[in-house]
Design a protein around this ligand. Structure first.
Ligand SMILES: O=C(O)[C@H]1O[C@H](OP(=O)(O)OP(=O)(O)OC[C@H]2O[C@@H](n3ccc(=O)[nH]c3=O)[C@H](O)[C@@H]2O)[C@H](O)[C@@H](O)[C@@H]1O
Length: 782
């Protein structure tokens, strides 16, 4: 194992350079490449993640790069923005949601190529894997999406403040995809790097790609070093090769002959770890292959990806006893196994863990050199040092280092003392950072009852991150059930359920139910659909698809797994009603081609589907016709009357009554509705049931009630244009619910409104960023 020492970068090129020198000689070896930054601790591909990675001792910072519509290079793991930004919270971008093929895969979401840089700069980065890294979600919204230029500027600044060289390791993502769009990234990236002074092979830059043709093309554009990546599935062809139908696969590229061919254009290879040490069927590490030797024989450096310290990613023998996927395991054990294969560097999400292992090895070498022990016994000692390292709780590892350091410093020369002092100060910084980061990890979940496996159900909630869904999820979780939330985040938000992230009974799936879903469940609450008129009217086709195709998918799932399913229908199936109050037996009065039809008729079809599946396929269905509901977690820009009026009243803005204000509604507090849904699912009553509060007010009265309940409110109440097809009267007849479910609402309008007003007050006091957005949204409704 070659371990190098940190040295300063030579100011002038070495005149004895014969063209075959070792690059990266000013860095510590094997190289520590911070995968997407210190992404184990901070949302990936943010300046925060890169800065932390550098201060943890990384040699290279790794941004994945994609293109914006207007040709700017930005850092994102994919061109899809929904997974790692809050784009779903931006209603102004809702219409850009689409489905397309990317590298041969169907992907739904928002794509960088549809956004200008200025638009992307209005988004905030969020954690990509919140269930594994719940602590990172506390930093959701703290950083924006950085450009490649900003990353270069940050790196150059960090080189000065940390007084050591730091490299950048960009990966060109979806090369062919962007080339086809006329947004090829190769030339602009090279130009950008050259402009910033990175021009020579020894510049601390590697350009990576999973594709082949673009690397060959890059070879003729630049002297910068290139690295060929290998996909985890070696049977696959690189995407450009698939398009060109050359038949070349990663497996062929990994043979000695394939590697020799790669050496004609690349300096290094970046294989998935499995090419070097494949895993056995039981997920333990298997026998190392000859990949590293073959690559070295071809003259290539080897930098495998991706090392992560959480149990879920580690080989089985290095997982900790804690059964949670997110628990940190024995990362040092895995590093040791790979270092022993002779790799030249590696990509990690947890740079501190690898830096610590590397520093320990360095100390060991110093101490062995001092006592004149040979290399062989050094190798024998490496397992020992890992045991020492891993037996200690994280904080104590540094105490251990200090003791070792003092021992060695006594017996070493001035240079070594200085280097050790530098290492010590880096470790001190690291300790402080870890303490801060550990403080961010939520320590406690809400109390959850323990249920035996016979009583415990596995319950799927579609739309579970939405306003009503998330309250239902809270109750099901506290009752002790296993809950799977499925949401496409069109109107739902991760924030509504983040307090459950990482809980062993909780699972979150980002999925659009318009596409089939294969999970196991005992019960399904099917709530997924936008419910606010401005939201469902914004994309009527999508609303109809969600309520028809989405409902078919969920009924099909219920049939396949034998689950009971509750369909969330609506008072809107009665349209603008001719019967008042509305009993379930009333067939309704709906305009099939009006602006509300996508929702009203969508829900009517959903009910028809439910009873068709019940009749033909014997699916056990429940149908709740939900009347106007309100409460905390409604989005500030939801657009429905309760959130609009309260937000207006809290900000002393004009309260906008649509039409003459004589139309009526009956408002039900969300906890009452959730009780009704649970009672309906548990009952044997299979026909539709109205769930709502029968206390009815005109909208004009309602405006005054809210104005009077917000202390010091100086808002005016003003009438504006009526809404097309607005139902004029609505009040549920809840005789059926009372008789069959023994349910009726308990929370008075005054109490419910007070809790909701308190919630919106809190929302308004959140960050400036949020307030601005709210303010603008509210204005656009006025
Ligand atoms: O809250 C709900 O649960 C229901 O909301 C909507 O139905 P709607 O009653 O039209 O909801 P709102 O947009 O909240 O409107 C209620 C009344 O207030 C009026 N309004 C709304 C917003 C506003 O700023 N000013 C205003 O006067 C509307 O014109 C309407 O007459 C949905 O269509 C239903 O599916 C859903 O069940």
């Amino acid at each position: 194992i070659a371990i190098g020492i940190i040295r300063s970068r030579p100011d002038t090129p070495d005149p004895s350079d014969n063209g075959e020198k070792e690059y990266d000689s000013e860095l510590c070896h094997p190289l520590l490449i911070a995968h997407r930054g210190a992404s184990g601790y901070v949302p990936e591909h943010t300046l925060g993640a890169y800065a932390l990675a550098a201060s943890m001792g990384s040699d290279y910072l790794e941004p994945d790069v994609v293109m914006t519509k207007d040709g700017h290079i930005i850092a994102r793991h994919d061109n899809e923005l929904g997974l790692t930004t809050n784009v779903e919270d931006h209603p102004e971008f809702a219409s850009r949601y689409r489905t397309q093929m990317v590298d041969g895969r169907q992907v739904s979401g928002w794509f960088t190529e549809d956004f200008t840089l200025a638009e992307i700069k209005t988004l905030r980065a969020i954690e990509r894997i919140p269930n594994i890294r719940p602590g990172n979600t506390r930093m959701d919204g703290a950083f924006d999406v950085p450009t490649m230029q900003e990353i270069i500027d940050l790196t150059k600044g960090l080189e000065i403040s940390l007084k050591r060289p730091i490299g950048i390791y960009p990966e060109i993502k979806h090369a062919t995809h962007f080339q086809r769009l006329g947004l090829a990234m190769e030339r602009p990236l090279v130009d950008l790097l050259h402009r910033n002074g990175y021009t020579r092979p020894e510049s601390l830059i590697y350009i990576q790609s999973f594709e082949v043709s673009n690397l060959k093309e890059l070879k003729s554009m630049t002297d910068l070093r290139l690295i060929q990546l290998f996909a985890g599935n070696s049977a696959l062809p690189p995407f450009d090769q698939a398009v060109q139908e050359t038949g070349l696969t990663y497996a062929q590229m990994a043979t000695p002959e394939g590697l020799r061919e790669i050496a004609t254009y690349a300096y290094a290879v970046g294989p998935d770890k499995g090419y070097i040490i494949p895993r056995n069927a039981n997920q333990t590490l298997g026998t190392p292959t000859s990949f590293v030797q073959d690559a070295h024989a071809a003259g290539l450096k080897v930098h495998p990806y991706t090392f992560r310290s959480e149990n879920v990613y580690l080989p089985a023998e290095f997982r900790s006893a804690d059964p949670s996927q997110a628990a940190l395991g024995d990362a040092a054990g895995e590093y040791r196994a790979f270092l022993a294969t002779g790799i030249d560097g590696l990509f990690t999400d947890h740079p501190d863990d690898f830096a610590n292992v590397r520093v320990l090895l360095l100390f060991l070498i110093f101490s062995k050199e001092n006592s004149g022990v040979n290399q062989r016994s050094l190798d024998d000692d490496i397992p020992k040092i890992n045991v020492q390292f891993n037996d200690l709780p994280k904080a104590d590892k540094f105490t251990k280092l200090n003791i070792m350091e003092e021992k060695i410093v006594d017996s070493n020369n001035e240079d070594t003392k200085r280097e050790l002092k530098e290492a010590r100060s880096r470790i001190d910084q690291l300790e402080k950072k870890i303490a801060i980061l550990e403080g961010r990890v939520p320590q406690k979940y809400p109390d959850v009852k323990f249920l035996g496996y016979k009583e415990r159900k596995r319950i799927l909630v579609t739309g579970g991150a939405g306003f009503v869904g998330s309250h239902l999820v809270d109750v099901l979780m506290t009752q002790g059930h296993e809950v799977i939330v499925v949401d496409n985040f069109f109107t739902g938000r991760k924030r509504n359920v983040e307090h459950w992230f990482g809980h062993r009974n909780f699972e979150m799936i980002h999925h659009d139910i318009v596409n089939p879903l294969y999970v196991e469940a005992d019960e399904i609450y099917h709530l997924a659909s936008p419910a606010s008129p401005p939201h469902y009217m914004q994309n009527p086709v999508k609303t109809i698809k969600t309520n028809t195709l989405g409902t078919i998918n969920m009924l099909g799932l219920a049939r396949r797994v034998g689950a009971k399913i509750l369909i969330a229908s609506t008072s809107e199936v009665y349209g603008d009603p001719m019967v008042h109050p509305q009993p379930e037996s009333y067939w309704g009065h709906v305009n099939p081609i009006g602006p509300r039809a996508c929702y009203d008729e969508g829900k009517r079809v959903a009910e028809t589907l439910a009873y068709s599946y019940a009749k033909q396929e014997k699916v056990s269905v429940r149908v709740a016709r939900i009347f106007n509901t309100y409460g905390p977690r409604m989005h500030v820009s939801d657009g429905r009357v309760v959130s609009n009026f309260i937000m207006q009243a809290l900000q002393n803005l004009t309260i906008t009554v649509y039409g003459n204000g004589q139309q009526t509604r009956s408002f039900c507090y969300v906890s009452d509705l959730v009780d009704g849904l649970l009672a309906l699912m548990a009952s044997s009553y299979t026909l539709p049931v109205n769930l709502g509060n029968p206390v009815e007010n005109t909208i004009q009265e309602f405006a005054m009630i809210i104005k009077n309940q917000v202390p010091g409110c100086r808002s005016m109440v003003a009438k504006s244009a009526p809404v097309e097809d607005d139902p004029q009267r609505r009040r549920p007849d809840i005789t059926v619910a009372k008789q069959h479910l023994h349910w009726e609402p308990k929370v008075s309008l005054q109490d419910g409104l007070q809790r909701t007003i308190d919630y919106f007050k809190e929302e308004l006091s959140r960050t400036t960023f949020y307030n601005n957005q709210t303010y603008m949204d509210m204005k656009s409704h006025n």
